[in-house]
Design a protein around this ligand. Structure first.
Ligand SMILES: [Zn+2]
Length: 242
C-alpha cells in the first residue's frame, strides 16, 4: 500500500477505535456495573468486620463455657466431700460451704456474662446474614447489568476487536520511523497525529499555510510535517476506492 495512504488509514482506524471506545464507555450499564462493584467491595468490608465480631463472641463464649465446666467439676467435688460424711469438723464443713458458695457465685456471674455474649453473637450472626443477603442481591443485579451491557455493547466490542486487529496490520506495514513519529504526535496532539494538506490548509489544525511553505512541502516527500501544528502532514497520496 502507498505509504501516505497507509498512514491515513491507520489514523482513521485509530480515530474510529477512540470513537467506538467512547460509545462503549457511554453505555450506562458499564458505569452502573463499576459503581455497583465499588458498593459490593464496601459491603464486603462491612461483612468482614461483622464476621470478626462474631468470631470474637464465639471465642469468648467458648472460653466462658470451658470455665463454667471447670467450675461445675470443682462444685461437684466440694459437694461430694460435704455429703460423704468424711468431714466431721464443723469448721472444716463451714469452710467447704463458703468455698462452695464462692464457686456458685462465680458460676452465676459467668453464666450472666455468657447470656450477654450469646445475645451479641446472635446479633452478629444476624448482621452477617443480612449483609450476605445484600451482597447476593447486588451480585444478581450485577449479572443483570452485565447481561444488558453485553446486549448493548457486545456487537460494539466485536467491532472494536476487529478494528484493533486491522490497526495492528496497518501499523506493521508502516516503516518504524514513521510509526515513531506517528505515535509521538498521537500522544502530544490529543490523539490526532495526522493532517492532510487540502489546498493550502492542514486538515488537522485548519491553519492556512503560506505559499512558500506549500511549495516546500510539495517539493518534499509524501509525508511531511505541518509547519503550524507539527503533526505528520500527508502532502499527497494515492486515492483508492474503498
Ligand atoms: Zn497542522
Amino acid at each position: 500500500m502507498d505509504l501516505a495512504r497507509g498512514l491515513a488509514s491507520l489514523s482513521e482506524q485509530d480515530l474510529g477505535i477512540v470513537r467506538a471506545d467512547k460509545r462503549l464507555d457511554e453505555i450506562p450499564e458499564k458505569h452502573a456495573v463499576l459503581e455497583l462493584r465499588k458498593r459490593i467491595r464496601d459491603f464486603e468490608v462491612v461483612r468482614s468486620k461483622a464476621q470478626a465480631y462474631v468470631d470474637e463472641a464465639q471465642r469468648l463464649l467458648g472460653r466462658d463455657e470451658d470455665e463454667i465446666a471447670g467450675l461445675d467439676a470443682k462444685i461437684d467435688i466440694e459437694q461430694r466431700k460435704i455429703i460423704s460424711g468424711e468431714i466431721t469438723n464443723p469448721k472444716e464443713i463451714q469452710a467447704l460451704s463458703r468455698e462452695l458458695d464462692a464457686l456458685k457465685r462465680r458460676k452465676d456471674k459467668l453464666e450472666n456474662v455468657t447470656i450477654d455474649v450469646m445475645e451479641k453473637l446472635e446479633t452478629g450472626v444476624a448482621q452477617v446474614a443480612k449483609i450476605d443477603a445484600v451482597i447476593a442481591t447486588a451480585h444478581e443485579k450485577e449479572a443483570a447489568l452485565i447481561a444488558a451491557f453485553q446486549e448493548k455493547g457486545g456487537a460494539l466490542q466485536h467491532e472494536i476487536a476487529a478494528m484493533k486487529a486491522k490497526r495492528t496490520a496497518l501499523a506493521a506495514a508502516l516503516p518504524p520511523d514513521v510509526m515513531e513519529r506517528y505515535e509521538h504526535a498521537r500522544e502530544t496532539k490529543h490523539g490526532i497525529a495526522v493532517g492532510v494538506l487540502r489546498g493550502d490548509m492542514c486538515s488537522a489544525c485548519r491553519i492556512q499555510l503560506p505559499a512558500e511553505r506549500i511549495q516546500a512541502l510539495e517539493a518534499g516527500p509524501d509525508i511531511g510535517e505541518c509547519p503550524s501544528c507539527k503533526r505528520l502532514l500527508i502532502v499527497r497520496m494515492v486515492e483508492v476506492s474503498e
